[in-house]
Design a protein around this ligand. Structure first.
Ligand SMILES: Nc1ncnc2c1ncn2[C@@H]1O[C@H](COP(=O)(O)OP(=O)(O)OP(=O)(O)O)[C@@H](O)[C@H]1O
Length: 305
């Protein structure tokens, strides 16, 4: 029988903490070989979702499945997790700690040591292998945490804000490792407040607000849903040059470069002619809102509803 790998399915999860409804009917799927960015305001429910996805917290209702199976201990052992509250043993040495975690996930001692060596190399921690974790900088502790999530070659990777506090080089390395992991067919779910990074890295993104998924889809697909924009660089145009153009809203103007939002059906050639009437036009291009704009729009609409 051919079994379709449905990846990690979060199926209508709800969770209350007393009076607080942390999650209401949360639904999404991270397919095999998919890098999924989970974004939302503080307190939106990302960490709660991830903890339930890993089986470290129980849902009030709904189900999490991996490859069609509800979570049990065997399935959970094959998960890799980077929690928000970084749970490493502070006094243990880096390589020792990683090998220990590998063994806890069922690896032989030799395999666990080899994996610890491989990941410390890959994540630029070679020089730190024999340091106690508590002596490392926060960014390096985070690299160890990523190594800890990967050391047993997991089938699923779930990372709670893996990019926060990393320097630009570490951000690149982290991004590469996530893409490589995805390319091996692993579903990768991570949360972040760095929307530019999510836009650049992810295949799909989910925007969560008030404990529910309010927008979910391919990054380009979500951006396409937003209103069209024009970027116009007309250095001699005075502020107000678009006044009187129907369906045109000015989003920003700086150094002769205007970002305009066009209502549906607006003829951009009318805008071009108006720009040319001011003098030379060095740039004229269509654009779509980026993820940060989209986030602001959908979260504001949700709050207003
Ligand atoms: N142990 C707990 N006891 C009571 N309330 C909790 C607990 N953990 C989370 N909450 C509440 O549940 C809601 C969701 O919190 P959660 O940590 O999942 O959000 P988040 O999206 O991860 O936020 P952030 O971006 O700030 O990390 C919030 O209202 C939070 O205050």
């Amino acid at each position: 029988m051919h079994v379709v790998d449905s990846g990690l399915e979060i199926d209508h999860i709800s969770k209350r903490y007393g009076e607080i409804a942390a999650l209401r009917d949360m639904v999404f799927t991270v397919g095999p070989g998919e890098l999924f960015g989970f974004v939302g305001s503080n307190g939106a429910g990302k960490t709660t979702t991830m903890r339930i996805a890993l089986g470290v917290l129980a849902a009030d209702s709904g189900e999490v499945r991996f490859r069609g199976r509800p979570l049990d201990l065997d399935v959970r052992r094959r998960f890799g997790y980077m929690p928000e509250e970084r749970g490493l043993y502070p006094k243990m040495k880096v390589a020792e700690q990683l090998a220990h975690l590998g063994e806890l996930h069922g690896m032989s001692r030799a395999d666990a040591r080899a994996a610890a060596e491989r990941w410390t190399d890959r994540l630029g921690l070679r020089e730190r292998r024999d340091d106690q974790v508590q002596r490392l900088s926060l960014g390096n502790q985070q690299r160890v945490q990523l190594a800890a999530a990967l050391v047993h070659d997991p089938d699923v990777l779930v990372l709670d804000e893996p990019f926060s506090g990393l320097d630009p080089v570490a951000v690149e390395v982290m991004g590469e490792v996530l893409r490589e992991t995805r390319d091996r067919g692993v579903p990768v779910l991570f949360s972040s407040h760095q929307l530019d990074l999510v836009q650049r890295l992810c295949d799909r993104v989910g925007i969560v607000s008030g404990g529910s998924m309010i927008a979910c889809g391919g990054v380009d697909e979500l951006r396409e849903r937003g209103p069209a924009r024009l970027v116009v660089h007309a250095p001699q145009a005075a502020p107000g040059w678009t006044d009187g153009l129907a369906g045109v809203r000015v989003l920003g103007q700086q150094h002769g470069r205007s970002t305009l939002e066009l209502a549906d059906g607006t003829d951009d050639q009318v805008v071009l002619r108006a720009a040319l009437a001011t003098g030379p036009v060095h740039e004229f291009r269509r654009d779509r809102p980026d993820l940060a704009d989209l986030f602001r729009t959908v979260v504001t609409e949700e709050h207003a509803a």
